[in-house]
Design a protein around this ligand. Structure first.
Ligand code: ATP
Ligand code: MG
Length: 367
């Protein structure tokens, strides 16, 4: 079977904090489904510590500490190291080399147009402070990650679409210049609109580690309750229970859109059969915010409590977690080194792959 025919996944996360509900609905839940579907030849998950350093160069400790948090989150949601390769970016030198070569195929004007990077530059205050070149170029390094694993499927949240577009452009340009070498990848994003970009509990556009508006997968029940009861924005015009409520911008309903399944009604709120019925009652008036929040808390508890329990088990055995990471990284090193060799061959810079060039140089000098 050729590389193109294989179904290969690459996806990953920056170890800048523990993983949150946005990661869960945007990407993690799907990864576990894909893993268990048995339809994929390879699933690779990259802990993108190099990328995390591009905006945390002064705080490598934060990245080092969060690698373990991210792996524990993976294992606790059901990613299985027997089926999925979990690896660490900085230990894969082929990725650095590929990034360096791909940088020649991208203009600064093109990178400047990337809307996700643009928003992140603003958020981090890099406009005033100065923009690290590494941060500016991180979409190029993502192209290196994706292509190094020959991935054709990349399950991500919506904010990653511009990165995929950039990767596809690099692949097309590389293949045009150096000959068909790299696999063209496709993004896989959730169909559910709220799951593609889950807002923060404060109603801000995106739940993000960097914005501090998260419910983490490892948060305690008490903390989840506190975030929802204390911080979650509903409808400011819905003062009395009888008043008609509004759904737009109402975070409780946004989260219900992302997390609710019909079966939760039978379990926790049997007066309705489905979310549409509940929404209808809320909009008509007569359904209080307290009841809605309580329902959401029950759903999140149902999702999070097995995750917490699984995390506890792994927390008691960090030696094994280390071994999983080491084995995954060693396997990934072989895969990515093979791609680098193909790339260097295509670019005709594989001088030391064999001694063929000696003959070539001799011929050249005879002329
Ligand atoms: P940081 O603030 O450090 O960038 P982050 O919270 O944005 O962290 P990433 O590690 O950048 O998390 O993203 C990892 C994956 O999770 C990506 O596929 C991204 O699309 C997805 N993701 C992150 N936040 C959300 C969200 N709020 N909703 C849906 N998907 C998300
Ligand atoms: Mg991010």
């Amino acid at each position: 079977m050729s590389k193109e025919e294989k179904k290969i996944i690459l996806t990953g996360d920056r170890p800048t904090g523990r993983l949150h509900l946005g990661h869960y609905v945007g990407s993690l839940e799907r990864r576990v489904e894909l893993q268990n579907s048995g339809e994929y030849d390879e699933i690779n998950i990259l802990i993108a510590d190099d990328q995390a350093l591009t905006d945390n160069a002064d705080n490598p400790r934060k990245i080092r500490d969060n690698i373990i948090n991210v792996v524990l989150d993976y294992l606790s949601v059901g990613l299985d190291p027997e089926k999925t390769t979990i690896c660490v970016q900085s230990a894969l030198p082929a990725l650095h080399a590929l990034t360096f070569y791909y940088m020649n195929l991208v203009t600064t004007a093109r990178l400047t147009r990337n809307p996700t990077v643009k928003a992140e530059i603003q958020l981090r205050g890099f406009e005033d402070e100065g923009l690290p070149v590494g941060f500016f170029a991180y979409p190029v390094s993502q192209a290196a990650d994706i292509t190094a694993f020959n991935a054709n499927v990349v399950p991500v949240g919506e904010d990653q679409l511009p990165m995929l577009e950039q990767t596809r452009e690099i692949v097309e340009k590389f293949n045009r210049i150096y000959g068909e070498t790299l696999v063209l990848p496709k993004a896989m994003i959730p169909e559910n609109e709220m799951q593609r970009r889950l807002p923060g509990v404060d109603g801000k556009a995106k739940m993000s580690k960097s914005l501090g508006n998260c419910i983490y997968l490892s948060d305690t029940s008490a903390s989840v309750k506190k975030q929802i009861n204390g911080r979650m924005y509903t409808d400011p015009q819905h003062l009395r229970i009888e008043d008609p409520g509004h759904l737009e911008g109402n975070m409780v309903f946004t989260y219900l859109d992302a997390f609710c399944k019909d079966e939760y009604f039978a379990e926790f709120l049997p007066q309705y059969a489905c979310l549409d019925e509940m929404k209808e009652h809320y909009t008509r008036g007569g359904l209080g915010d307290g009841t809605c929040k309580k329902f959401l808390i029950s759903i999140l508890e149902e999702i999070l409590s097995p995750i917490r329990a699984e995390r506890q088990k792994w927390e008691a055995d960090i030696d094994s977690v280390y071994d999983i990471l080491l084995a995954g990284t060693e396997k990934a090193r072989e895969t990515t080194n093979r791609t680098l060799a193909r790339v260097e061959q295509a670019m005709r810079i594989d001088y030391f792959a064999n001694r063929e060039i000696v003959k070539e140089w001799e011929e050249l000098l005879k002329k």
